[in-house]
Ligand binder design. Structure first.
Ligand code: NAP
Length: 301
């Protein structure tokens, strides 16, 4: 089985953004908004800010307290929408339960919606005229293209129907002439459906749920999931030969990252698999840089 590592491609995408900024586009600006103390969100935002620094995008981090109301957040979004030096706005999800995620997403100017979550951008994508595509599925398409993986005519299955991954992923594959099936928590006999897929994209948020019985021999499997596991037995059942190294990580950091695909079982049947970490996650940040550059370019045309 081939591991579809993404580090090199992610670096290449960021390098291309950096070069274009150096060639003279006025420095793009990205505003990241985070509410509350979720440690995972803090890490994600930090990674995005670091990536901005590396490619030459000006960034600002608005870290607001958990108690922030929808109205207060809407006020900040309105200010960012109005500022000429802000080309891209991202609100790190999930927001606290008392904040209306829909209201916030819909308040962002679609021209600055570098996450591609605004209904205008989701609608454009669904109509086959995308402008800003959500970063994770956009990164997956870059990876498939970079490796010369054929999409046209292929049987593709997307497990998960979230607005940020599953749905836009299915749209992108459909646009490239794949025959697309979308599965979710109500799908009857998930394995029977996923086993028909030449290309299987999994975004569900359940550690190692997709096992050997879900995968067609030779299939290309894209694992979007990012889950933390700390139970040593679970680590052993997921990682096979790699378990000892992962157990060392658990001992050191309290947990290790695993996707939605059981990597040791997938290795027995899949043709290709994206690793976690080292796969899709790296591309998500790279695509955010690319979308921010695109927003800056489009706003100045
Ligand atoms: P989400 O909004 O929670 O959606 C999960 C989807 O999976 C839902 O559509 C749900 O079905 C489906 N699902 C849940 N359990 C299932 C099961 N047992 N069988 C079949 N389908 C099932 O999650 P998300 O935001 O798309 O994220 C999914 C995973 O990707 C998470 O682990 C997240 O951390 C990760 N992620 C990674 C990146 C990255 O950059 N690598 C980016 C985004 C997300 P229903 O619709 O029926 O509830």
């Amino acid at each position: 089985m081939i591991k579809l590592e993404a580090a090199e491609l992610a670096a290449k995408i960021k390098e291309a953004v950096k070069t274009e900024i150096e060639r003279g586009i006025r420095r793009p600006g990205l505003a990241a908004v985070r509410v509350g103390d979720d440690p995972a969100s803090a890490v994600y935002v930090r990674n995005k800010i670091q990536a901005c620094e590396a490619v030459g995008i000006r960034s600002e981090h608005h870290a607001l307290p958990e108690s922030t109301s929808t109205a207060e957040l809407l006020e900040l979004i309105a200010t960012l929408n109005a500022r000429d030096d802000v080309d891209g706005i991202l609100t790190q999800l999930p927001l606290p339960a008392h904040v209306s995620e829909t209201a916030i997403i819909e308040a962002i100017d679609p021209a600055k919606d570098v996450d591609g979550f605004h209904p205008v951008n989701a609608g454009r994508l669904a109509m086959g005229r995308p402008v800003f595509v959500p970063c994770t599925p956009a990164g997956i398409m870059e990876l498939l293209d970079d490796r010369g993986i054929e999409i046209r005519g292929t049987n593709a299955c997307v497990v998960g129907r979230s607005q940020i991954v599953g749905r836009p992923m299915a749209q992108l594959l459909l646009q490239r002439d794949a025959t697309v099936t979308i599965c979710h928590s109500r799908t009857r006999d998930l394995a029977a459906v996923t086993r028909t897929a030449d290309l299987l994209v999994v975004a569900i948020g359940r550690a190692g749920l997709i096992g050997r019985e879900h995968i067609k021999p030779g299939a290309i499997v894209i694992d979007v999931g990012m889950n933390r596991v700390s139970d040593p037995d679970e680590v052993r059942s997921l990682f096979g030969a790699e378990a000892e190294r992962r157990l060392e990580i658990v001992a050191k950091r309290g947990a290790t990252l695993v996707g939605d695909v059981n990597p040791s079982e997938a290795a027995e049947v899949a043709g290709m698999l994206t690793p976690v970490p080292g796969g899709v996650g790296l591309l998500t940040v790279a695509m955010l840089m690319k979308n921010t550059l695109k927003a800056a370019r489009l706003r100045r045309q």
